[in-house]
Ligand binder design. Structure first.
Ligand SMILES: [Fe+2]
Length: 158
């Protein structure tokens, strides 16, 4: 039996394990903070932990040009536009183009791993884009936070 290896192998890419305790929580405005884990430049994808206090919301937004995967670690939340509730252990998928408003349920903060591709466009009541996030913006916030706090940025981008 022969071993299949995809070619070419990039010898400069090495696996890595990062302790998320070594990464900062960064205020993203709107009452939520995020802890960056990885940025994929080729796909415009970022993986991050999102933390939101009880009763908090992430304003209505649309995922333009990409899908979202999420795994809930702590707390419960839902989207005002849907009838399911995500709780610890829930796996969530959001299709491109879905419009929703995240709200934390219960009396403990929610912490969820989100893997997001494309652009997140935050909307006002008239569906006008008032703010947006993408992997470049999130990475810039991480680097700015490190500069402001004298932290050495970790190599989170491939
Ligand atoms: Fe979303």
């Amino acid at each position: 039996m022969s071993l299949f290896l995809p070619a070419p192998i990039d010898r400069e890419l090495v696996d890595v394990a990062i302790d998320s305790d070594d990464l900062p929580w960064i205020d993203n405005g709107q009452g939520f903070s995020f802890k960056p884990l990885h940025f994929w430049s080729a796909t415009g994808t970022w993986a991050n932990l999102v933390r939101l206090e009880p009763g908090g919301q992430i304003r209505r937004h649309v995922h333009a040009g990409g899908q979202v995967f999420a795994y809930v670690l702590e707390g419960s939340w839902h989207y005002l536009e849907h009838d399911w509730v995500a709780k610890p252990g829930s796996w969530v998928w959001e299709p491109p183009g879905d419009v929703h408003t995240l709200e934390v349920l219960g009396d403990v903060p929610m912490v969820t791993l989100f893997v997001v591709s494309g652009v997140v466009q935050y909307l006002d009541d008239d569906d006008q884009v008032v703010q947006q996030d993408d992997f470049r913006g999130r990475r810039a916030k991480y680097l700015e936070h490190c500069r402001e706090h004298g932290l050495q940025p970790l190599a989170l981008m491939t």
